[in-house]
Design a protein around this ligand. Structure first.
Ligand SMILES: C[S@@+](CC[C@H](N)C(=O)[O-])C[C@H]1O[C@@H](n2cnc3c(N)ncnc32)[C@H](O)[C@@H]1O
Length: 246
C-alpha cells in the first residue's frame, strides 16, 4: 500500500502539526508514554514507524547503544536523517507488514502511532516477540479502538446540539479510509481484544495499558481527546530466561 506520508501535500500539512514542530514535548501522549519506557542505557532499540526520528534521538540521548528507525515513507526518513547527527542511529526503509530481523536482535521495541497502519497485528507482534531478546520490552501507542471504529473520525451532534464521538462497527475489524490533513488516509481498525491478544500471543506479559486523556489544562478546556479516547499505550515485556515469568 502506498504511504500517505509520501504525498507532498500531506507531508507539508504534517510538518505544521505541533508534534512535528515541537517533537516529543508537543506530543500530547508523551507524559504518559515516557514513564513507561524501560532503562535505555546500553540497549539495542528498534523504532517502528519512526517518522522524524524523535524517539530514536531520545533513546540515544538516554544511553541507548544503537537505534534502528524503520519507516516506509522516504520523505519521513529523509526528514529524520536531516534532523539526526549521531552514528548510533540508523534509519532504513521498511514496511511494518513484513519487517523482520533475527531472533533477539533488540532489547527495546518502540512504536508511536504507526500500528494502526498495519492490517495483521497478530503477525507483526509475533515477529516482534521473536526479535526481542529475553527480558526485552515492547512499548507502543496505537489509535484507540473507540477512535477508529466508526471510521470517519468526526464528532457528531446530538439533537440537543451536544458533540459526541460516534462508535459503530466496533467488531468489524479492518480497513477504514479517513480524511486526515485534507487527504484520504487508509488505516486499520482493531478491537481492544485483538490488540491485547496479539501482545499476549507474542509471548509478552502485559505490563501496562494506558488511555491518555491529556493534561489538566486539556481537561479543563474539555479538549476533544479528554472526552473520548484517541490513543492507547501498551507495554509488553518478554520474560527473562529463568526469570519470574519464564
Ligand atoms: C503519525 S506518524 C508517527 C511518527 C513517529 N513515530 C512519531 O511519533 O512522531 C506515523 C508514521 O508511521 C509510518 N508508517 C505508516 N505505515 C507504515 C508502514 N506500513 N510501514 C512503516 N512505516 C509506516 C509513516 O510513514 C509515519 O512516519
Amino acid at each position: 500500500m502506498t504511504n500517505t506520508y509520501d504525498n507532498p501535500e500531506f507531508f507539508a500539512a504534517y510538518a505544521k502539526m505541533t508534534r512535528s514542530q515541537e517533537g516529543l514535548a508537543g506530543a500530547g501522549e508523551w507524559p504518559d508514554f515516557q514513564p513507561l519506557l524501560p532503562a535505555l542505557t546500553g540497549k539495542r532499540v528498534l523504532d517502528l514507524g519512526c517518522g522524524y526520528g524523535w524517539h530514536c534521538r531520545y533513546a540515544v540521548e538516554h544511553g541507548a547503544a544503537s537505534v534502528l528507525g524503520i519507516d516506509n515513507s522516504q520523505r519521513m526518513l529523509d526528514e529524520a536523517a536531516r534532523r539526526t547527527n549521531d552514528s548510533r542511529i540508523r534509519y532504513a526503509r521498511g514496511d511494518l507488514a513484513t519487517f523482520d530481523r533475527p531472533a533477539a536482535s533488540f532489547d527495546v521495541v518502540i512504536s508511536s502511532l504507526a500500528f494502526h497502519y498495519v492490517q495483521d497485528l497478530t503477525g507483526l507482534f509475533a515477529r516482534i516477540g521473536t526479535m526481542l531478546a529475553p527480558g526485552g520490552t515492547l512499548l507502543f501507542t496505537i489509535e484507540h479502538p473507540l477512535f477508529t471504529a466508526e471510521g470517519h473520525e468526526q464528532w457528531v451532534e446530538t439533537k440537543a446540539g451536544e458533540p459526541v464521538w460516534p462508535v459503530d462497527r466496533y467488531f468489524d475489524e479492518g480497513l477504514r479510509t479517513t480524511t486526515f490533513l485534507g487527504q484520504p488516509v487508509p488505516k486499520y481498525h482493531h478491537t481492544l481484544q485483538t490488540i491485547v491478544s496479539a501482545v499476549l500471543g507474542a509471548g509478552l506479559t502485559l505490563e501496562a495499558l494506558v488511555e491518555p486523556q491529556g493534561s489538566a489544562a486539556d481537561r479543563a478546556d474539555r479538549a476533544p481527546w479528554t472526552r473520548a479516547p484517541m490513543m492507547l499505550i501498551v507495554r509488553g515485556d518478554k520474560p527473562a530466561v529463568g526469570g519470574p515469568h519464564a
